[in-house]
Ligand binder design. Structure first.
Ligand code: ATP
Ligand code: MG
Length: 240
């Protein structure tokens, strides 16, 4: 479990962006929603131990990350992988990128390629295996970065706006992959504006605004919210 205790964060010692957040991420999948600038990405980077809070603690499996020694931090970091909304891929092919986390963990090239191919197939991305990074569409790029994160073996997979470039088919594929990976004991934490995606993952949703937790909902509540919104929009258009 990842836990945040009274976490405060500001950029360049400016005004606080994250205000005393307390969170226990115990669900297999957690969704974070909120308007632009609410602090979702900042919070995800704190959860992924990429940003150090000005105040407060980040506990990974009960261990206070920022109190660890450098070497211990390095080991702990392997438990968490963060995929940026505009991820970076290395030079080389899609296969080189996806096998990289396995190679650095000592897998043989043959075994790594076998695993990578299996994952690419399940993401319906097999056709990209030998493509270079500059030969990918934005959605393909995003999915390859997610594949590389999934294969890394990290226990916690943190995804920032993973569906922002995805078509319906790939959204459904990503949704089923997320369901699949949590079965093996991994946890997925996602920031998104995609309410339909949040709804379909049928899980806990944390709503933040101005760096504070506004509410903790469930996908079911979101469904009601969307339904009411549609009803109101329908009435408005009938009245206009
Ligand atoms: N590097 C930075 N330096 C200074 N301020 C920043 C920096 N990054 C983000 N901010 C500010 O912090 C606040 C939260 O930004 P953040 O990126 O976490 O929001 P977000 O919820 O992810 O928004 P979006 O939905 O647009 O991705 C915003 O007011 C933003 O302007
Ligand atoms: Mg963001």
């Amino acid at each position: 479990m990842i836990e945040l205790r009274d976490v405060w964060f500001s950029y360049n010692s400016g005004k606080p962006i994250i205000h005393g957040v307390n969170l226990r991420l115990s669900n297999e999948i957690t969704i974070i929603i909120g308007p632009n600038g609410a602090g979702k990405t900042t919070l995800l980077k704190i959860i992924a131990c990429l940003y150090k809070p000005d105040k407060g603690d980040v506990l990974i499996d009960g261990v206070n990350f920022w109190k660890l020694k450098s070497k211990e931090k390095l080991i702990m970091r392997r438990k968490i992988v963060y995929v940026h909304e505009n991820p970076v891929l290395f030079k080389g092919t899609v296969m080189d990128n996806v096998t990289y986390p396995l190679i650095i963990r000592g897998h043989s090239l043959e075994k790594a390629r076998e695993k990578a191919l299996k994952l690419l197939k399940s993401l319906k991305l097999e056709y990209l295996t030998d493509r270079k990074r500059n030969e990918l569409s934005a959605g393909e790029f995003q999915l390859v970065a997610i594949a590389r994160a999934i294969i890394s073996g990290a226990k916690y997979i943190v995804l920032d706006e993973p569906t922002s470039n995805l078509d319906l088919e790939h959204r459904i594929v990503l949704e089923s992959i997320i369901r699949e990976i949590v079965k093996s004991g991994k946890q997925v934490i996602i920031a998104t504006h995609d309410r339909l995606f949040a709804l379909k993952l049928n899980t806990e949703i944390i709503e933040i605004n101005n760096g504070e937790i506004r509410s903790i909902l469930h996908s079911k509540d979101l469904y009601q919210e969307i339904e009411e919104f549609i009803k109101k929009a329908g009435k408005k258009s009938l009245n206009s």
